[in-house]
Design a protein around this ligand. Structure first.
Ligand SMILES: Cc1cc2nc3c(=O)[nH]c(=O)nc-3n(C[C@H](O)[C@H](O)[C@H](O)COP(=O)(O)OP(=O)(O)OC[C@H]3O[C@@H](n4cnc5c(N)ncnc54)[C@H](O)[C@@H]3O)c2cc1C
Length: 462
């Protein structure tokens, strides 16, 4: 067995990116994916049966880091995405002009479209074997090293095993330790739509999104590829009044409450593509390698760390980890199995602050939303650095330096510490002393949203 052979377990964003990068580094790669192959034609993408990655039917944004990694390491995939209806949208500046930083742009794409393009690229690689409908059951280890994985039909031998099987990886209890797990405190409900032929695309607020500032609930519209878009409504898991949002009629009544969405939802502008798809049980989880993890076992993507989708980081983090892995391999390809500890440590150094930030922001948001439900008026505090990124973005409407700082952090192009420097503090202080304050949400109250969900509120876009 040569160390230039790798088995990738899981064909999601992490696994497909790692497989492609490794193949181009000279590895012979086998991808083992439990779900079926994607359809040949992108037009058939919603027919793809994908129980292994149910989040495929949830709204997604692909941040600046994801785009920069594609452009730098997989430019053919970037080109293929653009040739197939994905749009590259500059984050821009509050004044409406393009910003000075060319990295400040995001990709408007559905998640399965990205996977479809990664699959297409892999199919062109001569040393890649893609085995769909193949579930990994366990790993074979001897002498402290990975020897292969067991699937129906026998052993697939390898001494480099990439575990990219997502948050429910069957190897997580064998080879990783759960360091921390904190509920996100939000249930998402998403419905996809398509702009009708000939209809002009309504304006977007920032990048690919238009967000509604709600207290006690969240609402966002994300633009995707091929003139599709999705609306997501978030609620607290225990919020019985908003449980009805999983029902399409209730969902539609609530979305019509928000004037921000009205230009998109007009009958002559768009039509629904899907029913509402709920997603619950989401957690921030951080794992590390267990002491008994064998040489040759590498863990990436959601299998290592998940963060609240509200920040749209998962896919960017997954692909960037694949980049980090292959960069480490490039230094010593024949020593790859021995690099597991070093690579995981490096990945965790980068990911841990993002995880902690997500946890803190979730705790802050949950308090705020729970207060809205119980009628307590909670002051809007600065919260975590992520909350600061949103505050800075608002402040950035008046200060282009703050705008760019906030956008670079939100797009994972700069570390979160850069949100809180003497310069940003001084700029915020100056703005505050000129009378500026973060905006207070003025949209529908939680009670109005609950009334619309129940069908007891007369609807009028405000
Ligand atoms: C509601 C929601 C919204 C989100 N929005 C965003 C967003 O806007 N932006 C963003 O970047 N991220 C977002 N994410 C997160 C993002 O989708 C994931 O973080 C990212 O896709 C992680 O990819 P992955 O490859 O690690 O895992 P997954 O995508 O979960 O892929 C794991 C793969 O492994 C396969 N598998 C599992 N077990 C086995 C096995 N035993 N054998 C073989 N194969 C197996 C599965 O079928 C699947 O294909 C969102 C997530 C949710 C839930």
């Amino acid at each position: 067995m040569s160390a230039r052979t790798a088995v990738v377990m899981g064909g999601g964003i992490a696994g497909l990116s790692a497989a492609l990068l490794l193949a181009r580094q000279g590895f012979t790669v086998t991808v083992l994916e439990r779900d079926a192959a994607p359809p040949e034609e992108l037009a058939d993408i919603w027919d793809w049966n994908r129980p292994g990655a149910p989040q495929m039917r949830q709204l997604h944004t692909f941040l600046g880091l994801f785009r920069r990694d594609l452009l730098t390491h997989l430019p053919d995939v970037y080109e293929d995405l653009l040739a197939n209806g994905v749009e590259d949208i500059a984050v821009g500046t509050p004044s409406g002009s393009g910003g000075g930083d060319p990295d400040l742009a995001v990709l408007a794409s559905r998640r399965p479209t990205v996977e479809w393009a990664l699959h297409r690229a892999l199919l062109k690689e001569p040393d890649v074997q893609l085995r769909y409908g193949t579930s990994v059951r366990r790993a074979e280890v001897s002498g402290g090293r990975v020897r292969g994985v067991q699937v129906r039909g026998g052993l697939v031998e390898t001494d480099v095993l990439i575990d990219a099987a997502g948050r429910r990886s069957p190897l997580r209890d064998d080879f990783t330790v759960l360091e921390q797990e904190v509920e996100c405190g939000v249930v998402y409900n998403t419905r996809f739509f398509r702009l009708r032929d000939g209809a002009a695309r309504p304006a977007l607020q920032r990048g690919i999104t238009t967000m509604v500032a709600g207290i006690g609930f969240g609402a966002g519209l994300f633009y995707h590829d091929n003139r599709t878009f999705a609306i997501g409504l978030g609620r607290l898991p225990d919020d019985d009044a908003l449980k009805a949002l999983r029902d399409t009629d209730a969902f539609d009544r609530v979305t019509r409450l928000f004037p921000e969405f009205a230009p998109w939802l007009a009958e002559e502008v768009s039509e629904p593509l899907t029913e509402v798809v709920p997603m619950a049980g989401l957690r921030n989880t951080l794992r590390s390698l267990a002491p008994q993890a064998p040489a040759g076992y590498f863990v990436l993507g959601d299998a290592l760390c998940t963060t609240d989708p509200a920040f749209g980081r998962g896919a960017s983090v997954a692909m960037h980890q694949a980049v980090q892995l292959t960069q480490a391999f490039a230094q010593a390809p024949d020593e790859a199995p021995g690099l597991a500890g070093q690579v995981t440590e490096e990945v965790l150094r980068w990911v841990r602050p993002l995880f902690e930030d997500s946890v803190q922001a979730d705790i802050g948001r949950t308090k705020l939303w729970e207060a809205a439900l119980t009628g307590v008026d909670l002051p809007l505090g600065p919260g975590s650095p992520a909350a600061n990124a949103f505050t800075l973005m608002e402040a950035g409407e008046h200060d282009p330096v703050l705008w760019e700082t906030a956008q670079r952090c939100a797009n994972l192009l700069a570390p979160l510490e850069t949100l809180d420097t003497p310069e940003t503090r001084e700029r915020l202080r100056l703005l505050r002393s000129s009378g500026w304050r973060p905006a207070v949400p003025t949209g529908p109250s939680h009670a109005e949203v609950a009334g619309a969900a129940a069908g007891t509120l007369q609807l009028q876009a405000r």
